[in-house]
Ligand binder design. Structure first.
Ligand code: DHB
Ligand code: FE
Length: 282
């Protein structure tokens, strides 16, 4: 059976792509953010995941407001991306893992998560930038990916409770995959941020730190809140933290505990409170 080795999470602000492209990682503005990664690189070098299931939210590249799936699972052999104009050149396509994709899709639909299946899927900065952050020295991250898109762009959104259940079902699917591969789950997005309207620039450090702590000790904590309450606490785009909820729920399968490998929190990059986290299953 496949081995679920742990989880990764990071913010995915497009400006990070420009910083990587221009080599600004050690500039005072960027260093506190990029400093969150070397301990995680060391861990990844040790555990070497072969397949990564990526919970992310598309921002209009593959899905637009006219057709908005709540949950969509990639089932492609490769995933192309497109530069959204913030500075990083378009990255080479990423390798998919259709075998795990279809296993997850079959398991999810059997458990009444009626996901959209995507045999062609463009992935945006929310999928491509984390690969550059976690595997900075590889032209293409040395992993196969299964992207799972969760709508956090157009209301109605799935509740945190529903997303938690989805993540758990994905974790169960990974654990029941007949393969000897090492699999990790990843979340991208958050933490608190709001890019538009009267509250543009809104950040909530107290909430973010409580959320980060809950990822270790009480992963269901945030499921007490409705999406509107999460928007109130974390901002209209801060609701991207739902990806972290799915990632963390996947790690609860089989009563597995987690050990924190490393975390980082830094305010701000662009208008966003950034969070980075790696958890190992124990
Ligand atoms: C920013 C953050 C995001 O999550 C995103 O998708 C786009 C922009 C920002 O802070 O600029
Ligand atoms: Fe985003």
């Amino acid at each position: 059976m496949a081995q679920l080795i742990g989880g990764l999470a990071t913010s995915h602000i497009p400006a990070i792509g420009g910083a990587i492209h221009k080599g600004l990682q050690n500039e005072p503005y960027w260093k506190p953010f990029f400093d969150g990664f070397p301990p995680i690189h060391a861990w990844l070098g040790k555990v070497r995941p072969e397949v990564v299931v990526v919970f992310y939210n598309d921002h209009g590249l593959n899905f637009f407001l006219d057709k908005m799936p709540t949950f969509a699972v990639g089932a492609a052999a490769s995933y192309s991306n497109a530069d959204e104009g913030w500075g990083i050149p378009t990255l080479p396509p990423m390798a998919g893992c259709p075998e795990l994709s279809w296993h997850i899709i079959n398991q999810l639909i059997a458990k009444e998560f009626d996901v959209v299946t995507c045999q062609e899927m463009l992935v945006d900065h929310a999928c491509s930038l984390p690969m550059k952050l976690f595997w900075p020295n590889d032209a293409v991250a040395p992993v196969q990916i299964v992207p799972i898109n969760i709508n956090t762009v157009q209301f109605p959104l799935p509740t945190a409770g529903r997303v938690y259940k989805l993540g758990k079902a994905v974790g169960e699917a990974i654990q029941s995959w007949d393969s000897n591969k090492r699999v990790a789950v990843m979340a991208t997005g958050g933490l608190s941020h709001q890019l538009e309207g009267e509250r543009a620039g809104f950040i909530n450090k107290k909430f973010d730190l409580q959320f980060l702590d809950s990822m270790e000790t009480n992963p269901e904590w945030v499921t007490q809140f409705s999406d509107l309450e999460i928007v109130e606490k974390a901002g209209t785009q801060g609701v991207e933290l739902l990806m972290w909820v799915a990632m963390r729920a996947a790690l609860t399968v089989g009563g597995a505990g987690v050990r924190k490998v490393h975390s980082n929190y830094h305010i701000p990059i662009s208008n966003t409170a950034t969070g980075v986290l790696a958890l190992e299953t124990v």
